[in-house]
Design a protein. Structure first.
Length: 315
């Protein structure tokens, strides 16, 4: 699921695009920001649909084997257990999944050759062979083979990587969220009554999170010059072009949080942007950002700019 760090990254990506664009229509970028969040959920629904299609391909494979010119006994009696996998059947009957599949138009979105290649990798795995030989049709066992297919085949397939990268620009950074969403889904589906099983939520409280990312984007862009003056005052010995753009944007976002978000602890804000810099900026950015933000924080506190409510929020 999307946590606040993931959401901050979404804001960073949008501010970066805004910074490099000639378009200065804030509303266009706000829509883009919200779309980038929604696309994570769209990607999640696509993956669920892909798992369903791989399961269904069992029937196509069995039919092809039975129609060989000289089919063997095994060809004529192919085990199609996966086609009726309990988890997949519950998913196909889930009203949320049905509605979201229509919303995101995931019907027949995957090339049949891609489905075939995933299934054939799966078919040759010891895990799949053991699944077919196991008479246990408990929901746990049924979910285990789906989890294996996702983690060990789909996530590791270059062909799948290419398909999703072409459709979802942030596939590389959103994959960990996708894994969390699928893990939550497998946990949620614990009843054989389809109406009692729920898909994973993208955010625990989307109303609050939506307000957070829109406000963070607006404030960081609206007060970019003011926030930059704080940074410039603490980087006088640095030439402007030597400071990575990502570092600058991260520090502006941090200043926006320190000044405007009264319920987010100071330490949380600074630590979050230091951690984000480790993934998205230069190797030395985290220590650089840490040092500059520490100095800016002192100035902000001295000027009465940091107003936090609640025990332990200021330190």
């Amino acid at each position: 699921m999307l946590n606040r760090r993931h959401l901050r990254v979404k804001v960073l990506q949008t501010i970066y695009a805004y910074q490099l664009s000639e378009d200065r229509n804030i509303q266009n970028f706000e829509k883009s920001l919200l779309k980038s969040v929604d696309q994570v959920y769209e990607m999640y629904i696509w993956v669920l649909a892909l798992l369903s299609e791989v399961s269904e391909y069992t029937l196509t494979d069995a039919e092809g084997r039975a129609n060989k010119f000289l089919p063997s006994e095994n060809d004529l009696n192919t085990n199609i257990k996966l086609a009726n996998n309990t988890f997949i059947e519950l998913l196909r009957q889930n009203e949320q999944f049905i509605d979201l599949s229509k919303k995101y138009k995931v019907d027949a979105v995957f090339d049949r050759e891609l489905i075939r290649s995933i299934f054939h990798i799966l078919k040759q795995s010891p895990e799949y062979i053991a699944y077919l030989e196991n008479d246990d049709r408990s929901l746990k066992v049924e979910k285990d083979i789906i989890k294996f297919t996702f983690k060990k085949i789909i996530l590791k397939s270059p062909a799948i990587e290419q398909v999703f990268e072409e459709r979802f620009i942030n596939w590389g950074t959103d994959k960990d969220v996708l894994q969390a969403l699928l893990a939550k889904t497998l946990k949620n589906f614990n009843s054989e009554d389809p109406d009692r099983n729920k898909l994973a939520q993208l955010c625990p409280n989307w109303d609050d999170d939506k307000e957070f990312i829109i406000d963070l984007f607006r404030l960081t862009t609206r007060h970019a010059e003011d926030y930059q003056s704080y940074i410039a005052g603490k980087t006088k010995n640095w030439e402007a072009d030597r400071i990575a753009l990502i570092d600058t944007l991260l520090m502006r976002m941090a200043i926006a949080e320190l000044i405007n978000f009264s319920t987010i602890p100071v330490k949380v804000t600074i630590n979050e942007y230091i951690e984000i810099s480790k993934e998205f900026s230069t190797p030395k950015s985290n220590s650089f950002i840490n040092g500059i933000l520490d100095k800016i924080l002192i100035e902000l506190k001295d000027g009465g700019k940091v107003r936090k409510f609640g025990r332990g929020l200021i330190g």
